[in-house]
Design a protein around this ligand. Structure first.
Ligand code: SF4
Ligand code: SF4
Length: 352
């Protein structure tokens, strides 16, 4: 445990504010599944506490949503402590089967999904529009490439009109490894090499996990923006028609609370239709339940977290819109009463 983490742990005055907002504690109910409990477990490990299954469950069920950090009156950084602790344990060979699988799939296949299919197949007939040199690169991400190929192609088909290209040999950004304690540097180098070759000054991505990783964890100081930020700047050039719809918006934690992108997706939505906010929104949004390796490692917990978030959908809206493929995937797993769509799907409807 490094000094900064120890300082953060010691900053914790055990007030329990984080416990009252932690979505995981809300579902599991044990102190060890709250931020405060995880800080105590982290302190215990620094004092020699044996790492058994219950410790793994405490440390690995955090979605890294950051709500505890947002609310902590002492200025502690539980997410950093938890992520660093995961990393320390991995360095000692202490990891769960799910963590091992994520790491081996990402490093061996270039994606944590274990896919061996051609990653860029989503391009289809848009392959001819890929440029060798460009100022902007669209980073599609693993989940979007393999699970949402049509949406990903539609996104690129809009972006290419503004001179955006893609990397022909894109690999996982490294987010699943970073969030679960493994070293992503091999993947990071492969992506950086291509970005440099293209000569791009800005990376655009539609995934909140890729966004925070490219922006905050890559060694190079790159300009990274979310696709909603880019498109919000170009709304005037897109001839969008108004739709007679009312939708609500789920803020992805790693886009909104962790990086402050709240307005751009709302600007797009409000230029198309009526937006009605979810019960918790913007900085205080409740997590969808998928991040931090929770969907992979604890799928049943991820479903329960999704159900809780869905309880916050207002009545009488036509769609639940988000701006991240992982959020959309997990919100769909919670059995929503309305369709869950990406903001690009909504944009597409207004372009027809
Ligand atoms: S809110 Fe901060 S100080 Fe209070 S228990 Fe949680 S981590 Fe500790
Ligand atoms: S980051 Fe989110 S899930 Fe993790 S301890 Fe904090 S509030 Fe709970």
């Amino acid at each position: 445990m490094n000094d900064l983490d120890m300082r953060s742990i010691l900053k914790c005055v055990r007030c329990g504010t984080c416990r009252s907002v932690c979505p995981v504690f809300d579902v599991i109910g044990w102190e060890s599944s709250s931020s405060r409990g995880r800080m105590l477990v982290a302190h215990g490990i620094s004092q020699g506490l044996e790492v058994d299954e219950s410790v793994f469950n405490s440390i690995n069920t955090c979605t890294t949503c950051g709500l505890c950090e947002q609310m902590c009156p002492s200025g502690a950084s539980p997410v950093e402590v938890i992520e660093n602790l995961r990393h320390q344990l991995v360095l000692k060979g202490k990891m769960t089967a799910a963590q091992k699988l994520l790491r081996s799939e990402a490093l061996e296949k270039g994606n944590p999904l274990g896919e061996i299919r051609e990653r860029m197949a989503w391009l289809g007939d848009s392959e001819k529009d890929v440029r060798d040199k460009a100022d902007y690169v669209f980073f599609a991400g693993c989940l979007a490439s393999y699970r949402y190929p049509e949406l990903t192609k539609r996104t690129f088909d809009i972006l290419k009109n503004f001179g955006v290209t893609v990397m022909q040999e894109e690999v996982c950004c490294g987010s699943p490894l970073l969030r679960t304690g493994s070293d992503p540097s091999e993947l990071v180098s492969k992506n950086l090499e291509q970005i440099k070759k293209i000569g791009a000054h800005t990376i655009i991505t539609g995934c909140a996990g890729c966004f925070t990783t490219l922006k905050n964890d890559y060694p190079e100081d790159m300009n990274v923006i979310h696709v909603t930020e880019f498109l919000a700047e170009h709304l005037d050039e897109m001839e969008l028609k108004k739709l007679d719809l009312k939708v609500t918006y789920h803020d992805p934690c790693h886009l909104g609370r962790c990086n402050g992108v709240f307005d751009a997706p709302r600007q797009i939505i409000e230029s198309i239709c009526t937006l009605e906010e979810m019960a918790s929104n913007r900085e205080l949004s409740r997590c969808c339940g998928a991040g931090g390796g929770v969907l992979k490692g604890y799928p049943e917990l991820a479903t329960e977290l999704s159900k809780k978030r869905l309880e916050e959908v207002p009545d009488n809206v036509d769609y639940l819109v988000s701006a991240c493929p992982l959020c959309c995937t997990n919100l769909k797993r919670g059995n929503p009463k309305i369709e869950v769509i990406d903001v690009i799907d909504l944009l597409e409807m207004a372009m027809k």
